[in-house]
Design a protein around this ligand. Structure first.
Ligand SMILES: [Zn+2]
Length: 351
């Protein structure tokens, strides 16, 4: 018995030496993913860059629209360490950030790239209900293009009702709604009903500056400017059909209430950028479903309706340190959004 065990161990070890080690070596060489930043032995002991848990829900765009060098270090042809991609400064950051009750943002989070809807001379760049409206820079640019095109098609009534909201302002709206329901319901029921309509503080994507509530001049006159009847107005119909072309999604669709936890809000659009808005529209998903879709189907290659090519990757930082991506041709890192506990969604724009 003892001999048998020793012989078996010996033969397993022999097999390891003869077949497994060479195979692993060959695989590493062929994969083109050998770490070349100094000593490989030391490098393999290092944590994966970015393996620490994402500090917070990003929501925070650093600099959108910045031009970046396209050439990142590559190992074999078209092969790049994902850890290297994560070190690069993307064009935008956090454009896909998921903010909901399960994924709140910090109370003191103020996005970096907020822009006023007013130009330097105090003139509104885009019709807005109040002059203090602020929006994420990329979302504002996209919204301006969208409003212009809507106007060209004769839809002149679109107005931004609100966009960026601070934690404190969200808390004020939420507390007011809970108070309203407490008139006729118990405390728990009041909280449940209120949070279906007004996201609790920290759980509102308005705090990222990427969400916009729309209304029309006509609805403003009714006194109920945020109403589901927005979907029946010519402007609301146009937004439902065309906003994806500008990088927006209707964030809380009628048939996704169970998944979003928020009532149907045809007026609330969320900037996710092209190509994500186009893909989300094509797939018929809400953001929660779409992010899971990326996680499961990564890598995704996508050509937008205007012919731009993208590769969308999901990377879990608990993967092996030398995980790599095969990228067809030149590219630049378009967006990096932390997703889940250890993950990232990396969007590359291919040249
Ligand atoms: Zn909203």
């Amino acid at each position: 018995m003892g001999v048998f065990v020793i012989r078996r161990r010996f033969s397993s070890f022999q097999a390891l030496v003869r077949f497994v080690f060479p195979a692993v070596f060959l695989f590493v060489m062929l994969s083109g993913c050998v770490y070349d930043g100094g000593s490989s032995a030391a490098a393999s002991l290092l944590p994966v860059p970015g393996s620490e848990q994402p500090a917070e829900n990003p929501g925070l765009n650093k600099e959108a629209g910045r031009n970046l060098p396209a050439d990142l270090p590559s190992r074999a042809k078209n092969t790049v360490l994902i850890a290297d991609l994560l070190k690069k400064e993307p064009v935008s950051r956090g454009v896909l950030c998921l903010v909901n009750r399960e994924n709140p943002v910090r109370g003191d989070l103020i996005p970096e790239s907020l822009e006023s809807v007013l130009d330097n001379s105090g003139k509104p760049l885009i019709p807005a209900k109040t002059l203090d409206v602020k929006i994420n820079r990329a979302a504002l640019e996209a919204a301006r293009a969208m409003f212009e095109d809507a106007e060209k098609e004769g839809l002149k009534g679109l107005i931004i009702s609100s966009a960026y909201r601070s934690y404190a302002l969200q808390k004020y709206f939420y507390d007011k709604k809970v108070e309203y329901y407490r008139g006729n319901h118990g405390p728990e029921e009041a909280v449940k009903l209120a949070s279906m309509i007004v996201a609790p503080p920290g759980a509102s994507e308005h705090q990222t500056g990427l969400a916009i509530d729309l209304t029309t001049a006509g609805l403003l006159k009714t006194g109920n400017h945020l109403s589901q009847s927005f979907a029946e107005t010519p402007e609301g119909k146009w937004i439902g059909q065309n906003s994806w072309k500008y990088g927006f999604i209707v964030r809380y669709p009628e048939d996704k209430v169970d998944l979003t936890g928020i009532i149907y809000e045809p007026w609330h659009i969320r900037y996710v950028g092209i190509p994500h808005a186009e893909l989300i529209n094509k797939l018929g998903y809400c953001l929660e479903e779409y992010l899971e879709h990326i996680r499961l189907k990564s890598p995704i290659l996508f050509t937008s309706h205007s012919g731009e090519r993208y590769q969308i990757l999901y990377y879990d930082s608990s993967y092996h340190w030398n995980a790599c991506a095969v990228i067809p041709g030149n590219f630049r890192v378009w967006d990096i959004t932390p997703y889940g506990r250890n993950g990232y969604i990396i969007t590359l724009k291919l040249n």
